[in-house]
Design a protein around this ligand. Structure first.
Ligand code: SAM
Length: 232
């Protein structure tokens, strides 16, 4: 996939797409992910779904230029409306959007979710809400990754039909990410802790509820990072 210069974020997403799957990429503004996967013959068929006309046009022209129009359908559609059961889609990726928007897209397409075997999701925020949605809608997170790119951290989660029961800590930090605690994961949460400490310094003493909520978040991060309270 190097020749297409996929970003590290999308490269990681691509790594979670099973070989030979039929993929719908929702919000495929340039169709980069489908083009990379099909041109490497990792998959034979993909739909690039886009709801906004400008990005849809650019996805169309990129696919045309790539010469892969027979294998990649670019469709102007909202979320999961981009595919029909007859398309045989089994994997859906939704990347680069807010976590709540991702839950809305999935929720609006509930009847189509039953036929899928994998979701690959990369929320830009509200990861905990997305995990909670997956839990409440019979999906189990089977893999996760944290990626750093251009000074930003991104979480990628892979979900399959199934059950899970996550603790509050797992909802916030990610069940698999918590187990491996990669160096990128640690960097992400160290940065988050610094932000919260800065915010705390600006909350007046009398706003005790806000202060204790922020303090609790800081304590949770320290616990996860195995930092001693006394050191700070
Ligand atoms: N997925 C690409 C990535 O991760 O680099 C593009 C991310 S871009 C920030 C988000 C794209 O999602 C935009 O092009 C937007 O128009 C599209 N989008 C937002 N809501 C959508 C929906 N309900 N259905 C399809 N596309 C949507």
């Amino acid at each position: 996939m190097q020749e297409l210069n996929l970003s590290r974020r999308l490269q990681t997403v691509a790594g979670f797409v099973p070989k030979g799957t039929r993929l719908l990429d929702v919000g495929s503004d340039h169709a980069y992910l489908p083009i990379a996967l099909v041109s490497q013959a990792l998959i034979d068929f993909a739909i690039a779904g886009e709801v906004v006309s400008g990005p849809y046009q650019s996805a169309r022209s990129n696919v045309k230029e790539s010469g892969l129009s027979d294998q990649i359908d670019v469709r102007l559609a909202d979320g999961l409306e981009a595919f029909e059961l007859s398309d045989g889609i089994d994997t859906v990726s939704i990347c680069g959007m807010g976590g709540l928007l991702i839950t809305e897209i999935l929720g609006r397409g509930q009847e189509k979710l039953a036929g899928l075997s994998r979701l690959i999701l990369q929320p830009n925020n509200r990861e905990d809400d997305l995990r909670r949605w997956l839990q409440e809608n019979q999906f189990k997170i089977v893999a996760e990754a944290t990626v750093q790119e251009n000074q930003k951290f991104y979480e990628i989660m892979v979900a399959e039909p199934g059950q899970m029961q996550l603790t509050e800590k797992e909802l916030r930090f990610g069940p698999h990410l918590l187990k491996t605690k990669s160096s990128v994961f640690k960097e992400k949460w160290l940065r988050e802790k610094a932000k919260l400490e800065k915010a705390l310094a600006n909350i007046p003493e009398q706003h005790s509820d806000s202060r204790s909520s922020v303090l609790q978040k800081i304590r949770d991060i320290k616990e996860v990072l195995h930092e001693s309270e006394s050191g700070h």
